[in-house]
Design a protein. Structure first.
Length: 752
């Protein structure tokens, strides 16, 4: 009999221990992440009293896959359009928090005289609060629908995105082992180039591919295709010098813009949970009790740094983002912990060999302590504000609170600002696409043409054909770069407004023409030996022909419309199925009033009742603006509308009203049946004897259903199948009937 591979034995040990520990943590209402870490410690060599994992290399390989799938799932739940719609407030808060906490981490590391790279990575770890832990804490405390919680989640989303960028930056710093400005700028440019390139190409190509094969895809095929795309982008990311996790996140964010995004997210979730569990178990395996005892003082100081730093700098950051003092304190106190991204950054440092071995278990210990303290920090925010309110001048408190109570209006940007911003974005995007197109043609098409036309005498022809094909390939991009926004409303308004605007407007066109000519010049200069002046003239002529070519214009417009359609496909699908949130959501008159969604539980006592019977407005002060059911939206439902299980109620109210509404929704439930096992249904045969009370009675008169809670399923008349017992038929002596019901009910019926 063949032996079981060591990896299978290790997985069996990991999953069994993780299952037992997480059941315990679920019972204690603690985050499952902590359970996985504890399970990892129990199966590690550092725990001598339990069985240990043998094949560490394979487990860490699976953990790396877990990181990749975790970030892929994060990308599926992310949308760049959401970030753009958030406005400046979350961006200001996020950048301020990350900068302040990173600096605090570096300073604490330097205070203990740790190595430079340890301090840098420690700063990155301390800057990342845990989305999973905070979301779980909000859910457990019943705060998820409150207004400040939405602001915290917006900042956490941005932190996750910046964590991806930070990982790439730390990798660049670690490999160069210095902090030179040129290297940092080069890393940022490289990130921006590939990020824009992959997003634009991915959003153009992948939704188109999924749309073409939609009729052929079931859940199994969609899962395989999605994970295949994830792994392919991860490989591509590593080929250009980034991490596989970065590529997985990018693919997830691309798929997030498709109609299939929610379906993919549900299919990938079990895979993510499995590999994610192995990753967090591998984190726990690195915890060494000896190191924790040796570094007890740094651990305690880091815990205090996170709690106090987030409470102070987090509050200030949210106030800079426009929140009131009370709301900012609730937000800042909620951020006082580190989690999964800190582990990922620590894993990155270990894999690169640039941080010390002690740093990983120290960070894990800090994460465990701060996670346990998170609910208490959230509850502490309001008492801390009340105490602070007594010591600060009332005028200062009122002025700070007034900043958030005033309704935020979007300031109308000037035509020049909007026009230049749009032109700059278009120029950067189409320049990146043109550069990628040239690189693609020179990498694949040029060698192919040299093989197709071998010899020195045919090389100029091969270069010329490649050059023409390359120019045709990037021509739609160059035309869009030069012509887009030249007929926009802003351009026309500025042209009419003043003669002084006309020369600068012409200059914006000229600059883009020069950039387009530069691309043509580069192609020709790379493939030919002509003089520069001749190449420039040729470039101008080519760009002129591209601009006035109807075929290229049609091609450029078609590509752009297809891209916009793909980008809006999920939004269109949400509108069609009534899932899009109302436009007035962010424009309510009172800042304390906002909109939230609540799902009616399957065992709710509210189901089957009308809104008039529930009287939610009188009881809790809330208003039901819409009800979502099965992809349909019912706006402004009347009092006769019946509530069904799993209805999603869009409710307008304040935080206090939402708390009372949510508590009632959770409290008024039927709950689990304590005698579930006694509800088993049995089928029995009943013979009507001469002393039966049912003789001469019809089925309704017998009370078999009403009095005994049983049901007659058929009458046995010697046929191959049972006969239907007609309602008006009367029972006779010797009738053989088959009855179904619960055991106790059947026993009572037989004794009748």
């Amino acid at each position: 009999m063949s032996e079981i591979p060591g990896l299978i034995e290790d997985l069996a040990l990991i999953l069994i221990v993780a299952g037992i520990v997480t059941l315990l943590f679920k019972r204690l209402k603690q985050p499952l992440v902590l359970g996985y870490i504890v399970a990892g410690f129990l199966v590690s060599p550092n725990m001598p009293y339990t069985a240990s994992v043998v094949d560490h290399a394979s487990v860490h390989l699976w953990a790396d896959i877990g990181v990749m799938f975790l970030l892929f799932s994060l990308g599926l739940d992310f949308s760049f359009k959401k970030i753009l719609r958030m406005g400046a407030s979350p961006i200001i808060s996020t950048c301020t928090i990350i900068f302040c906490m990173s600096m605090l981490g570096v300073l604490v590391g330097q205070a203990f005289h740790w190595e430079k790279m340890d301090c840098i990575f420690l700063g990155g770890m301390l800057a990342m609060s845990s989305t999973t832990i905070i979301y779980k804490a909000f859910d457990d405390l019943g705060l998820r629908q409150q207004q400040f919680a939405g602001m915290v989640m917006s900042v956490l989303i941005l932190e996750d995105i910046l964590a991806i960028v930070m990982m790439v930056m730390l990798s660049a710093v670690a490999t160069g082992n210095d902090l030179e400005g040129g290297q940092m700028i080069g890393a940022v440019i490289k990130i921006g180039f590939f990020l824009i390139l992959w997003l634009v190409v991915g959003i153009f190509a992948i939704p188109l591919f999924l749309r073409r094969v939609r009729s052929l895809i079931n859940n199994e095929v969609l899962l395989v295709v999605s994970l295949g795309l994830c792994c392919a982008m991860a490989v591509t990311s590593t080929k250009v010098g980034f991490s596989s996790a970065f590529g997985a996140f990018i693919m997830g964010s691309i798929l997030a813009e498709t109609v299939e995004a929610e379906r993919i997210e549900k299919l990938v979730e079990p895979v993510k949970n499995l590999f994610g569990a192995i990753f967090f178990v591998s984190v726990g395996m690195l915890v060494d009790p000896k190191i924790l005892v040796e570094y007890a003082l740094p651990i305690l100081l880091l815990v205090l740094t996170i709690l106090v730093g987030q409470a102070v700098f987090g509050t200030i950051s949210f106030m800079l983002g426009g929140e009131s003092l009370k709301s900012a304190m609730r937000c800042g106190f909620s951020m006082g912990q580190i989690g999964e991204f800190s582990f990922i950054i620590a894993s990155l440092g270990l894999s690169l060999g640039v941080i010390s071995d002690f740093l990983y278990p120290v960070v894990v210990a800090v994460s465990v302590i701060t996670t346990f303290l998170t609910p208490y920090m959230i509850r502490l925010a309001t008492p801390a504000y009340n105490r602070l309110e007594h010591h600060l001048p009332k005028k200062l408190i009122l002025s700070l609170n007034h900043l958030s109570m005033s309704h935020q209006h979007t300031q109308q940007q000037s035509n020049w600002k909007r026009l230049l911003t749009q032109m700059s974005i278009n120029t950067v995007v189409y320049s990146i696409l043109s550069s990628a197109g040239i690189a693609l043609m020179f990498t694949f098409a040029l060698p192919f043409m040299h093989k197709l036309l071998p010899g020195q005498e045919l090389r100029p022809y091969a270069n010329a054909i490649t050059g023409i094909l390359t120019i045709l390939f990037i021509a739609p991009f160059l035309r869009a770069m030069v012509m887009k926004k030249n007929k926009s409303e802003e351009f026309k308004a500025l042209w009419r407004e003043s003669n002084r605007n006309r020369l600068p407007l012409i200059f914006t066109i000229l600059v883009r023409v020069i950039i387009a000519v530069a691309f043509i010049f580069y192609i020709c200069n790379y493939l030919t030996q002509f003089a520069s002046a001749l190449l420039i003239c040729f470039g101008i002529v080519v760009v002129w022909g591209i601009v006035f070519s109807r075929w290229i214009k049609h091609r450029s417009i078609t590509l752009e419309r297809l891209f916009i359609q793909n980008l809006r496909s999920r939004e269109i699908e949400a509108q069609v199925h009534g899932k899009k949130r109302p436009l007035y959501e962010g424009r309510l008159l009172d800042r304390d009033i906002h909109i939230a969604e609540f799902e009616v539980p399957a065992d709710s006592m509210w189901m089957g009742q009308t809104l008039k019977q529930l009287n939610l407005g009188q009881k809790y002060g809330v208003m039901i603006s819409s009800i979502l059911r099965g992809g349909r939206r019912v706006n402004i439902p009347d009092g006769d509308y019946i509530v069904f299980p799993h209805d999603v109620l869009q409710v307008i109210g304040s935080d206090a009203q939402f708390t009372a509404f949510r508590d009632a929704l959770e409290r008024e439930r039927f709950g689990e049946d304590p005698e579930m096992e006694m509800r088993e249904m049995k089928l029995r045969q009943l013979v009507i004897g001469n002393d039966s009370p049912f003789i001469g009675k019809t089925l309704i008169e017998s009370g078999i259903r009403d009095l005994y809670s049983c049901m007659v399923v058929g009458l046995e008349e010697g046929k191959e199948s049972l006969s239907t017992f007609r309602p008006n038929r009367r029972f006779k002596e010797g009738d053989i009937i088959w009855v179904v019901g619960e055991i106790e009910a059947l026993d009572a019926l037989m004794k009748a």
